[in-house]
Write a protein that binds this ligand. Structure first.
Ligand code: PGA
Length: 244
């Protein structure tokens, strides 16, 4: 069965209550698109944006359900607020908050327990790409960041080269293909062919309306995780329209 493409917007630390108009515009203009759409706003907005035709996600969660963790939010809380999914292990979390693969795996388990789809991010740094160790890095991240129990419904993998995030630079299409093919084969070794064929693998890092079609045509690319371009309805919409 063909995988339905997913275009996911990562608003990062952007968005106020007034941003509801952005979501409504996306929903009105692109709600009938051929792909699935997910928007991940700051957690403060999940409850305000829930309930429409577009799936809503968080950008991180703690691995515990509740407790003495000032400033953290649990997966159960995201689900309670109306989230359907959560981004985990984004490179900005790994860098800004010292998140390790082991922490990401625990967070993924917590997300699944709360009924959320986990969008687990992996990606090499510029130095790793230059050193030719990209696949080693991605393989190690996949092994340690994804717990047992993955299915096509509860897991999405996002390949985001760290050097491509917010820089306007993207890999060669052949490099994207190499990594996505590798991720698919790693998933197959670990979870079996049926699951591996069902899990969507997104590309992320400087996806724009102008490069989306080319990226979506690459082997084993099942959509995109979009940062900057998800903050403008027209740009996000251009990417959604390219996802057939
Ligand atoms: P970008 O961010 O589209 O602004 O490069 C992607 C991401 O960080 O998910």
């Amino acid at each position: 069965m063909a995988r339905k493409k997913l275009v996911a917007g990562n608003w990062k630390m952007n968005g106020l209550l007034a941003s509801k108009s952005l979501l409504l515009e996306i929903s009105r203009e692109y709600g009938n698109a051929a792909c699935d759409i997910l928007v991940c706003p700051p957690a403060t907005l999940i409850n305000a944006l829930r309930g429409g035709t577009i799936a809503i996600g968080g950008q991180d969660c703690h691995w515990n359900e509740s407790g003495a963790h000032t400033g953290d939010i649990s997966a159960a809380m995201l689900a309670d607020a109306g989230a359907d999914a959560v981004i985990l292990g984004h490179s900005e979390r790994r860098t800004d908050h010292g998140e390790t693969d082991e922490m990401v795996a625990k967070k993924t388990e917590a997300a699944w327990k709360a009924g959320l789809m986990a969008v687990v991010c992996v990606g090499e740094t510029g130095d790793e790409r230059d050193a030719g160790t990209t696949l080693d890095r991605i393989g190690a991240q996949l092994d340690a960041s994804i717990p047992d129990g993955a299915t096509g419904k509860n897991l999405v993998v996002a390949y985001e080269p760290v050097w491509a995030i917010g820089t306007g630079r993207i890999p060669e299409m052949s490099d994207i293909a190499e990594v996505h093919d590798f991720i698919r084969s790693k998933l197959k070794d670990r979870f079996g062919g049926d699951t591996a064929e069902a899990v969507r693998v997104l590309y992320g890092g400087s996806v724009k309306p102008g490069n989306a079609e080319e990226i979506f045509a690459v082997s084993n690319v099942d959509g995109a995780l979009v940062g900057g371009a998800s903050l403008k309805a027209e740009d996000f919409g251009g990417i959604i329209s390219a996802a057939k």
